[in-house]
Design a protein around this ligand. Structure first.
Ligand SMILES: Cc1cc2nc3c(=O)[nH]c(=O)nc-3n(C[C@H](O)[C@H](O)[C@H](O)COP(=O)(O)OP(=O)(O)OC[C@H]3O[C@@H](n4cnc5c(N)ncnc54)[C@H](O)[C@@H]3O)c2cc1C
Length: 386
């Protein structure tokens, strides 16, 4: 949506059609995420994530201001629970500084409690820039602006095939065929499938990882003022349950990360044998599973055991009890995995003659959406304008 919006704003005379298989927009990753406006603390300096997160952050705030979308720059704390985590936390601070973050404050045990009275840790960081927003509202505004600029959005339309005759591509859907000079694939959990329609050999596969949340009961929401994160394990930066006050209200705890047996499998019982078999047969996934089976089993265990999930949360807030948590929603991450077992960390955009494929756009891609949209949009405009 952000890419379509950028193209229409950069060159209003270009015709843009957004094709979406669902009956509304933002039904998948965008509509099921944590709603955090990330500040750029974690990402490797110079990576696409770091540069797009920071410029995307400023664009997102300006966009919300301009279009009266409510958000709250409530800040977050990152909590070190052991002496070893302090070492990792210090790396994080250096990374944040490198990425241009200002105003971070190192906290001792007592100072942590000034921000979050119920948290326990040996030290922490306060990051004032982090905020919360409802990304469904943001996407709806993107859609509105695209349509106002005479771009078209077709819902209930699933891309089934793409052919091209050298100059024009034809996108074949359940709802007619659509021709264009350039196809941009931003299909999230199915981005590899759509890319395969035009590229025989693709070295990555999307492996879906479900992230499950609990919600704090109304009476216990007082335990969390804003956003509370653990120091991430550098080997698994996307793991580690945290607490998030949501822009739409309530406090979520999670997510974990378990292999989803279906790409859009939001429930434990959702299974698509074909999709599961594909994940399991992918050599890259087999390598990941062999290497990290212990971590994976831990995540699975927490998925089925509320007691274990609660225990993970108690690392940050010891007084939380199982009875304080009710089942929340879930989101499924589209994690690109290469053939050699590399879980691709950075955003990945791959071009071929007729298409631009956004093949890996995990967190913080909602925060960064306007920056990614600008990057991809510029690539597109330069290709079709010549
Ligand atoms: C659990 C979770 C928590 C997250 N938390 C945050 C956060 O707090 N902050 C942040 O910045 N980021 C967060 N993210 C990441 C962020 O949500 C995603 O990176 C971002 O939403 C990706 O947007 P997208 O448009 O690429 O994918 P999606 O939102 O998944 O959109 C892809 C769209 O393509 C459509 N589609 C797929 N196949 C076809 C087809 N064949 N034909 C037509 N349409 C098709 C789908 O229906 C879907 O609507 C989180 C992600 C998850 C999963």
């Amino acid at each position: 949506m952000a890419t379509a919006l950028h193209i229409k704003q950069a060159n209003p005379s270009l015709k843009v059609l957004v094709i979406e298989k669902e009956d509304k927009i933002a039904k998948h990753q965008t509509g099921n995420n944590s709603g955090v406006i990330h500040s750029g603390l974690y990402y490797k300096p110079g990576s696409l994530k770091a540069t797009n997160c920071i410029s995307g952050y400023h664009k997102m705030i300006a966009f919300c201001d301009q279009h009266s979308i409510s958000y709250d720059l409530c800040g977050k704390i990152v909590v070190a629970s052991s002496e070893e985590e302090i070492v990792l936390m210090n790396h994080l601070i250096e990374r944040g500084k490198h990425n241009g973050l200002e105003g971070m404050k190192v906290l001792n045990q007592e100072q942590l409690k000034e921000y979050e009275p119920h948290v326990t840790g040996v030290a922490g960081i306060h990051v004032p820039q982090t905020g919360i927003v409802n990304y469904i509202k943001v996407s709806e505004k993107y859609a509105e602006l695209i349509q106002e600029a005479e771009g078209e959005i077709l819902l209930n339309t699933k891309v089934k095939d793409i052919t091209n005759n050298g100059t024009i591509s034809t996108v074949i859907t359940n709802n007619g065929n659509h021709e264009g000079k350039l196809v941009i694939n931003c299909a999230g959990l199915y981005s590899d499938k759509v890319a395969k329609l035009t590229q025989e050999k693709l070295n990555v596969k999307i492996i879906p990882f479900r992230g499950e949340y609990y919600k704090l009961t109304k009476e216990k929401e007082y335990l969390v003022k804003n956003l509370i994160y653990p120091v991430p394990d550098p080997n698994f930066p996307f793991l580690g349950v945290h607490f998030t006050r949501m822009a739409r209200g309530g406090v979520e705890a999670g997510p974990n990360a378990v292999l989803a047996f279906q790409r859009e499998g939001y429930n434990k019982s959702d299974i698509n044998i074909g999709e599961l078999a594909e994940s399991l047969a992918w050599p890259g996934f087999q390598k990941v599973a062999m290497k990290y089976w212990k971590t994976g089993m831990g995540e699975m265990y927490r998925s089925f055991s509320k007691a274990a999930f609660t225990k993970a949360l108690q690392k940050l807030i010891p007084e939380i009890q199982e009875s304080d948590l009710t089942t929340g929603g879930a989101g499924v991450r589209a994690q690109a995995c290469d053939r050699n077992g590399g879980l691709i960390d950075d955003f990945l955009i791959v071009e071929d003659e007729r298409t631009i494929n956004v093949l890996n756009a995990p967190s913080p891609a909602a925060t960064s959406s306007l920056a990614i949209g600008e990057t991809v949009g510029k690539m597109a405009v330069s290709r079709v304008s010549v």
